[in-house]
Design a protein around this ligand. Structure first.
Ligand SMILES: NC(=O)c1ccc[n+]([C@@H]2O[C@H](COP(=O)([O-])OP(=O)(O)OC[C@H]3O[C@@H](n4cnc5c(N)ncnc54)[C@H](OP(=O)(O)O)[C@@H]3O)[C@@H](O)[C@H]2O)c1
Length: 331
């Protein structure tokens, strides 16, 4: 198949900036790997926007095809596992970072990056969740492992309208938690309530307070924004509560004191969805396809084609993106 040509949305360095456009590549242009996958769908993530804007912490060299998520059919398999014809999904590891990713119609990856499609799911359904859904699932799983229960009180989700946040809102609500969605987008309030949020509050709920701890407002939380809002959230968690921390949309720096930890026994739980072992990813994928299914998220997905990628990725960087967006290579 080496001469087979395909389309990819590729980012290049142009006039000291970075621009993406549709290009035609050959299979032989792809990196080495055991498994060649014909990608039907990908999913949009904040990290894709970072890669597409030339963030060297994500993608070191260009031209490059972003897309940290991909789903499709195995068309070549050096090891036979997964077998040719299998529907698989791939998220994280180096996909879309320095390995050409799901914004191309083909990817070639190591076999141990491939996860068999969970029963009952299409490639499109898996990409509605994508890395964001997996991350939301991991955040919730960590809270539950720390003993979080609905009776303990309200659970906050910051960056609630985002890709990770919106799945976290629905999943926690489905599990019986009273969810407070913290969002900077007033126009998303109704949607967040429809996903199951009991209350929607503005980002000012996490404005800086000079006190090292304040009156507890939440039993537990999922934080997708990091930075100063996370520092404030830690001050608002009730004794023994936990915060799953997965993102940095508001910045990577965490300027806090030890007081929420040593006075209230707060737990700050780091969540990585990228490099964890495949079996840990697979366990959460199975839950998302089973008991943790999020039907409202599935129903509210927005499908786009490669021609729409530029605008959609720029919206992520401006903090304007909302909900789950799937790239359908057939559009
Ligand atoms: N650890 C992991 O493995 C992992 C996996 C996936 C994603 N992530 C990270 O998780 C974060 C969320 O990812 P995503 O795909 O959900 O991104 P996203 O769709 O852009 O969502 C981020 C949300 O954060 C809020 N936000 C944006 N800028 C902000 C600011 N300056 N201050 C406060 N809130 C702000 C916005 O929500 P509102 O308007 O509703 O406030 C935005 O929609 C990103 O930092 C991403 O890199 C990490």
């Amino acid at each position: 198949m080496n001469n087979t040509q395909f389309k990819a949305w590729r980012v290049e360095e142009v006039n000291e900036g970075y621009e993406g456009s549709e290009q035609t590549l050959a299979i032989s242009d792809l990196p080495a790997g055991d498994v060649l996958i014909r990608v039907s769908h990908s999913s949009l993530n904040y990290k894709d926007a970072m890669s597409a804007s030339g963030n060297k912490g994500v993608s070191r060299s260009f031209p490059h095809t972003p897309g940290i998520d991909a789903a499709g059919e195995v068309v070549e398999s050096a090891t036979g596992d997964p077998a040719i014809g299998t529907q698989v999904l791939v998220t994280g590891y180096d996909l879309g970072m320095n390995t050409d990713g799901g914004f191309g119609q083909y990817i070639r990856v190591p076999s141990d990056w491939c996860i068999p499609m969970p029963a009952g799911w299409s490639a499109e359904t898996s990409m509605i969740y994508g890395t964001a859904g997996l991350t939301a699932g991991l955040c919730v799983q960590k809270l539950l492992a720390m003993g979080a229960q609905p009776e303990q009180g309200r659970v906050a989700v910051s960056g609630a309208s985002g890709a990770v946040g919106s799945v976290a809102v629905e999943l926690l609500a489905n599990l019986g938690f009273e969810v407070v969605a913290i969002s900077g987008k007033t126009d998303q309030a109704e949607h967040l309530k429809a996903l199951g949020a009991a209350d929607v509050v503005g980002r000012d709920a996490l404005d800086h307070d000079k006190k090292p701890v304040v009156k507890p407002a939440f039993a537990n939380a999922v934080d997708t924004v990091g930075g100063s809002p996370l520092a404030e959230l830690l001050k608002q968690i009730q004794p023994g509560g936990s915060v799953s921390c997965c993102g940095l949309a508001a910045g990577p720096k965490l300027d806090t004191t030890v007081l929420p930890f040593i006075l209230r026994g707060i737990n700050l739980l780091g969540v990585d969805s990228v490099e964890i072992p495949r079996n840990e990813k697979e366990a959460v994928w199975k839950k998302l396809a089973g008991d943790w299914k999020c039907p409202k998220t599935e129903a509210s997905v927005k499908n786009i084609g490669r021609a729409d990628l530029d605008g959609a990725l720029k919206a992520f960087l401006k903090g304007e993106s909302a909900g789950k967006i799937v790239l359908d290579h057939a559009i």
